[in-house]
Ligand binder design. Sequence first.
Ligand code: SF4
Ligand code: SF4
Length: 424
Amino acid sequence: MPSRQTFGLLPPDTEFAMYLALVPFALVFCIGVYLRFRAAGLARLLINAPSGIGCALGRLLQYGFGQRRVAQRPRGWPHLAIFYGFLTLLFGSVMVAADWDVFQPLGSRILLGTPYLYLETLLDALGLVFVAGLSVALIWRLLKLPGISQDQRPLQWQFLLLGTGLLYMGVTGFLLEGLRLTLTPVPWADWSFVGYALTGTLRSLGVTENDQNIYVILWWSHALVAFSLIAALPYSALLHALAAPANLMLHSGRPQLGLDTPFDLRQIAADGNFDVKAGVATLADFSQVQRFVLMACTDCGRCDDACPGVASGTVLSPRRLVQGLRARQLANAAATDLLASGTVSAEAVWACTTCGACVTACPVFIQPVDYIVPMRRELLTRQQADKRQIELLGNLGRNFNPYGLPAANRAQLAAELAASNHTS
Ligand code: SF4
Ligand code: SF4
C-alpha cells in the first residue's frame, strides 16, 4: 500500500539529531516573539479588541486567510501564491510529522493509501504555485532596487535574502522528492508529479541508487535553512506574518484622528491650567496598539500608490513614514523626538491631505494618517506652522478639503479632476 517513507534514506539517528539541532533555533524564535509581543501586551489587547472578538475573528478570516485586499490588486497574485502555497506546504509538513512521530509509534499511520497520494499531488501543485509566486516577487523586487532610496535599501535586501531562503526551501523540497523517487523507485511515484518529472533529469545526470550522500547533504541544508528562517522571523521583515493577523484583529474599523484624551477648552481657561498634550513628539506618546501596529507593515508600497501626496511629487510617503516609525520601534528608541531626529519631516506631515486613501489601500489595515495628524498637532503646539499651513487646517476643518472649496461641490470637483486626468 502507498505510504510515506519519512527518514527512509537518512542515517538511523537523523531524526534525533534534527530535533536536537532545532532546539537553539526554536529558542531564538521564542525569545524574539516574547520580546516583540510582550511589550504590546498582545493577549490583553486581543481580548479587548475594539470591535469585539467576533468581528475581530471575522476580519481575520476575511482579510487574513481570505487575503481580500491583496486579491483586489492586479499585482497581488504573487503574494496570494506565496501565502496559499506556504500554508499548504506547512500543512503537509505537519501531517508528515504527525504521521511519523505520533501515529507510527502508536502502531497506525495517517499517510497511507489513496488519501496519501492525493496529498502528495496537492503538495506538488501548491509547491509549484509557491515557487512561481516567490520567483516573480523576487524579480519585481530586484527590478525595483535601482530606483529605491538609500534608506530603504537595507529592508529591500532583507526581503530579497529572506525570499531567496524561502525559494531555496521550495526548490530543494522538489529536488529531495526527485532524489527520493530516483534512489528508491515506487509504483505510485507519478502522483508526486514534479518529483517524478525530475527523476529523468537526475538519472541523465548520472544519479544512481548509490548516491545516498547527495540526498543526506541536501536534506540537511533544506532543514537548516528552514530552521534559520524560523529563528529570523521575529527579528526580520518576516515579522509581518505574525503581526499582521494580530493587527487585523485589533483594528477598530476607522481612522482614530481625534485626541485620545479630549479636553474642554472652556474648562482649561477656567482652571488656568494650559498644560495639555495635544500632539505626539515620540513613539512613546502613541498608544500601545499604534506602536504594535507598525510591526505589521509589509513594506508593500500600496499606500504610496494611492497617496495624492506621492503622486504630486511631495516629500510625503506613507510607506516611508510607517517604515521609519517601525525602525524606531524595533530599535527600542520610543523616547526619540520623531520630528527633531528627522524620522519624520515636518514637510511630509504638512503634505498630507488626510484623504484616507492610504488607509483603504493597506492590506493589513495600518492607518498612516493616524500617525500624521497627531504629529501635525505637535507642530502647531511648537508653533511650527506658517500662514499657509494654518489656512490649510482651517479649510480642512470648515470645508473638509485642503483647498477651501465648498464641501457641497466635492462631487463636482472629483468629476472634474477625473475628467482632467483622463484627458491629460
Ligand atoms: S491620508 Fe495623507 S498619507 Fe494617506 S493617502 Fe491621503 S495624503 Fe497620503
Ligand atoms: S502601511 Fe500598509 S500599504 Fe503601506 S507599505 Fe505598510 S503594509 Fe503596505
